[in-house]
Ligand binder design. Structure first.
Ligand code: DGJ
Length: 332
């Protein structure tokens, strides 16, 4: 091909552009707890206080969108998709609500979690809806026909007439779906959702322990419930308890990591079970909050040691996931 002399600067320019693109959207072969975690555009993932919904072979990660330059009247929930849990493609903000219940300029939408109703095929998002003083204390619900479409605001309520602030999600091996929520006067509720996921069917248990960032996993016949103490954005020593049934009785709560590390400065948001051909691994998903620069809040994902009633979060190190095998291993 013959090149005109004056086209060379353009070619150099476009080559440089291309190079920038490819270096920004690199393929990730590991998860590095606490580090910046770039999405497919090279932007730090914004899915804080999040949850994960598996649809066939895809994982959808929803969370609080806190990037800089957002409209301060709007609350956003982002959505990312991945097949390997290490590389995440940004699907956009699936929620952008403007104070649906007139709660005032500092209204709160936190900890979104999405359930897929097998009965209706709809995606139902639960979130903590509140006013600036955290006194409204309700769950809000939004629905969508697709995992990554625009969710439509539906309603808010007090689950079974209780106050609800931090929420968490749990899907059992039999497909039954549960919401957990923190009720300031009483403790930690585990409730079963109705089949259409639009309401609460019944209470499974009230654990008289105050826990935020609540999560549950079912592993080798035991349920493990985890959560943090109530210290605002400051990290504390997260704890877990076990039971053979969601209805309890639950064991005493124990630390999941050396107390002095304050859960390695993180707060739980989900326990993700990865069941593969060879193995089943449980990964602790936590937030490392930066209250003064929330856009820069990080994630602490780390496989836990689990079994026989014990759960332990080892010192975080970079690791790889093989979703098909259900295994994780330390990165070199
Ligand atoms: C702790 C909760 O876990 C967060 O979701 C958030 O509500 C902060 N408290 C606010 O202080």
């Amino acid at each position: 091909m013959l090149l005109k002399k004056n086209s060379i600067p353009f070619i150099i320019f476009f080559a440089a552009m291309f190079n920038v693109q490819t270096t920004r959207a690199q393929h990730a072969d590991r998860i590095s707890p606490g580090e910046l975690w770039p999405d497919d555009h090279g932007e730090h993932i914004q899915a804080h206080g999040g949850g994960i919904t598996k649809v066939k072979d895809k994982y959808y990660w929803y969370g609080e969108e806190r990037r800089r330059g957002l409209d301060s009247n709007i609350r956003y929930v982002s959505c990312y998709v991945s097949k390997d849990l290490m590389n995440w493609k940004f699907k956009g903000d699936v929620v952008a609500f403007t104070d649906p219940e007139n709660l005032g300029p500092k209204w709160i939408l936190e900890r979104p979690k999405v359930f897929l109703s097998k009965k209706t095929g709809k995606f139902v998002m639960y979130f903590h809806l509140d006013n600036a003083t955290y006194k409204y204390a309700r769950v809000g619900i939004a629905v969508c026909d697709r995992p990554d479409g625009q969710f439509r605001y539906l309603k808010s309520f007090h689950p079974l007439d209780h106050e609800s602030r931090d929420i968490g999600q749990f899907v059992d091996d039999d497909g039954a779906q549960y919401l957990v929520f923190e009720d300031r006067p009483l403790g930690f509720h585990i409730v079963k959702l109705t089949e259409n996921c639009l309401g609460i069917e019944r209470e499974m248990c009230l654990i008289r322990q105050h826990m935020e960032g609540g999560a549950i996993v079912h592993y080798q016949g035991l349920y493990y419930a985890i959560g943090s103490a109530l210290t605002g954005w400051r990290p504390n020593a997260n704890k877990y308890a076990t039971a053979t049934s969601l209805e309890g009785p639950w064991s005493d709560f124990k630390d999941i990591a050396p107390k002095e590390t304050n859960t390695y400065n993180s707060q739980s948001t989900l326990l993700l079970k990865i069941s593969g051909r060879k193995d089943t691994t449980v990964v602790f998903l936590g937030d490392i909050w930066k209250p003064r620069s929330q856009w820069d809040s990080r994630y602490l994902w780390m496989p836990v040691e689990i079994g026989n009633g014990r759960m332990w979060l080892p010192k975080p190190v970079p690791f790889k996931i093989n979703v098909r095998e259900g295994s994780t291993f330390k990165a070199d």
